[in-house]
Design a binder for this molecule. Structure first.
Ligand SMILES: Nc1ncnc2c1ncn2[C@@H]1O[C@H](COP(=O)(O)OP(=O)(O)OP(=O)(O)O)[C@@H](O)[C@H]1O
Ligand SMILES: [Mg+2]
Length: 257
């Protein structure tokens, strides 16, 4: 069997206030695959994202990325590996520096990693703009001169600048106007297929998740209560809580329409 891109075993996250946010969660993710984490507010989704990215070391459990145990690495070794695991967060404005023009925001990760070459750098930025389907004419704009959707595309281009193999997407479209969500989600699907990225996709909007995810894990109180191929979980949810989530999603979709 080939090594999965990401293998999480018995992950446990506890905060100093002794909140057990994630309770022995296990899942795997292959290259080119999207796994969605869904669940109500406070169910532990962002805590899993932070632990996978090693932004917060888990209390217990194992996080293997391409077969390497991340929890065993020191900060220096982690720093070398971080470009391969990139986050995209919910708030497209908040995750970009207000001073930086789109071009510089995309160049920044390359500069920080010492990979900026003044000869080839600008072409690389244009290539990244193209990859996220942003008009090169927008490259000189600052975040407040861009729409939410355009900002999120800059955020995705920044993540891609590092040539990651895994994207951890924590509600990447939740803060966006519903009219632009599908465009970003389609872009993420295309990038996954074009670049063979693995995606851990955290979300609330179950209709969108059905459109992106191959597999789904449903979280409640820090535990995975149901997991399976997205189509199967949607067609025949085994757990009453999943049925509740789906019913609430349908209701919301009808209200919004
Ligand atoms: N830094 C923190 N310190 C203490 N408790 C925290 C911290 N971050 C999260 N928690 C708690 O851990 C639990 C899980 O939170 P988490 O943010 O992972 O949930 P979530 O599923 O991402 O929720 P949401 O959908 O609202 O983003 C909650 O009880 C939350 O209050
Ligand atoms: Mg969250």
């Amino acid at each position: 069997m080939t090594t999965p891109l990401l293998e999480v075993r018995d992950l446990t996250v506890r905060y100093p206030t002794s909140v057990l946010a994630v309770d022995r969660v296990s899942f795997t993710l292959a290259a080119g695959e999207t796994l969605a984490l869904v669940g109500g507010s406070g169910s532990g989704k962002s805590s899993i994202a932070a632990a996978v990215l090693m932004l917060r070391r888990p209390e217990a459990g194992s996080v293997r990325f391409e077969g390497r145990e991340l929890t065993a690495l020191d900060e220096r070794a982690l720093r070398r590996l971080r470009p391969a695991l990139q986050p995209v967060f919910q708030d497209p404005y908040g995750s970009l520096s207000p001073r930086l023009r789109a071009h510089d925001a995309i160049a920044e990760p390359l500069r920080v990693q010492g990979r900026w070459d003044p000869l080839t750098g600008p072409a690389r930025v244009r290539e990244l703009l193209d990859l996220v389907r942003l008009d090169p004419g927008l490259a000189r704009r600052r975040p407040y001169e861009l729409s939410g959707g355009q900002c999120q595309r800059v955020g995705i281009a920044r993540a891609l600048a590092c040539e990651p193999r895994l994207l951890v997407l924590d509600e990447p479209v939740s803060a966006l106007d519903p009219s632009v969500r599908a465009g970003i989600v389609n872009l993420l699907n295309e990038l996954r297929d074009e670049l063979g990225l693995g995606q851990l996709f955290i979300g609330h909007d179950l209709a969108l998740i059905r459109h992106v995810a191959h597999r789904v894990a449903v979280l409640r109180h820090g535990r995975i209560i149901e997991t399976g191929p997205a189509g199967q979980v949607w067609a025949a949810p085994a757990d009453p809580y999943t049925r509740e989530l789906l019913a609430a999603g349908d209701l919301l979709a009808r209200v919004v329409q």
